[in-house]
Design a protein around this ligand. Structure first.
Ligand SMILES: Cc1cc2nc3c(=O)[nH]c(=O)nc-3n(C[C@H](O)[C@H](O)[C@H](O)COP(=O)(O)OP(=O)(O)OC[C@H]3O[C@@H](n4cnc5c(N)ncnc54)[C@H](O)[C@@H]3O)c2cc1C
Length: 282
């Protein structure tokens, strides 16, 4: 690569991390993010192993530690909330509760803030077209302007439109037959610092995870093949979950009540992307 002009698409964990490192190595970095502003939100992400090493090398590990959710382990519980199996971090280290549990928005923000002081961020922007010309990529942005880059890094997550454009026909999604609703409900005394996992019947279950803000993060899942629920309006998605969990015990009455309160609610299929190759050169 003769020059050092890099375009990164996607300003989340991966895109911000690339921007952070490459700007410090003297690259001229532009980050294009399709959202109108930095995307906060999301629930817990696990920072394990290599990712933890990278965070340490960036000097951000202590900042991240201060933002951790405070979860100290995971209990598998029965319908009466009695612990059947405990996986405490202090006993087993990294397990169902990872060595670092942090909210996605928090980890992304602590990387975005220093990265954005060196790289140029374009929000509400994405790639409309890329052409390769000798050893540069000519990029036409959705907003209309054109620019050339020596390297384009696509960090748009699983549903990336640019990856689909560049590797058409090679993005094979594997659905993992799990539909999960993610949202938060108010915590109450006695919830504690352990995450709780309860499985009812029919492939249904939920995990409750403590947070720094006193709320419980809910992951309510159904083992089933993907249907059309992820395309429904939020109110209908909530109704879909309501109907499936309406007769379950444990904390489900409280979870369903909390689900109908104003809360960020996301329903998704778990999927995995299989791609034969991740790079293209001129
Ligand atoms: C709002 C949100 C909430 C999430 N919540 C969780 C969670 O609770 N738990 C969990 O484990 N994982 C969550 N994830 C996914 C999680 O961030 C990833 O699993 C992991 O952290 C890797 O992130 P990533 O940077 O590769 O991709 P992602 O975090 O998916 O980020 C991709 C970024 O690219 C942007 N983008 C997408 N398409 C384009 C485009 N065409 N042009 C420009 N920008 C584009 C998106 O707006 C997003 O900012 C969430 C992702 C998002 C975006």
């Amino acid at each position: 690569m003769k020059n050092k002009k890099v375009l990164i698409t996607g300003a989340s964990v991966a895109g911000n991390t690339c921007a952070w490192w490459l700007s410090r190595q003297g690259f001229e970095v532009t980050v294009a993010e399709k959202a109108e502003w930095f995307r906060d939100g999301g629930q817990n992400v696990d920072v394990r192993g290599l990712a933890r090493d990278v965070l340490r090398k960036m000097g951000l590990e202590d900042t991240a530690k201060q933002l951790c959710t405070g979860e100290v382990g995971t209990d598998w519980v029965d319908e009466q909330n009695r612990t059947i199996a405990r996986f405490a971090v202090e006993d087993i280290g990294d397990g169902p509760t990872s060595e670092m549990e942090i909210m996605r928005g928090d980890i992304s923000r602590i990387i975005y803030e220093p990265a954005s002081r060196k790289a140029t961020y374009l929000f509400n922007e994405s790639i409309a077209r890329i052409e390769q010309n000798n050893d540069v990529a000519i990029v036409t942005f959705a907003g209309g302007r054109q620019d050339t880059f020596d390297l384009v890094i696509v960090a748009e997550g699983v549903g990336s439109a640019t990856r689909q454009m560049l590797f058409a026909g090679q993005n094979r999604m594997r659905y993992l037959n799990l539909t999960i609703a993610y949202f938060a409900i108010p915590g109450k005394p006695g919830d504690g610092q352990f995450a709780r996992q309860y499985n009812t019947v029919g492939g249904r279950g939920a995990t409750l995870k403590p947070g720094r803000d006193g709320k419980l993060r809910v992951y309510m899942g159904i083992y089933k093949k993907p249907g059309q629920e992820n395309r429904l309006p939020t109110a209908q998605q909530k109704q879909f979950m309501q109907e499936r969990f309406a007769h379950d015990g444990w904390e489900f009455p409280r979870i369903l009540e909390g689900m109908h309160q104003p809360t960020t609610f996301i329903l998704r299929y778990c999927d995995r992307l299989n791609l034969n190759t991740g790079t293209r050169a001129a």
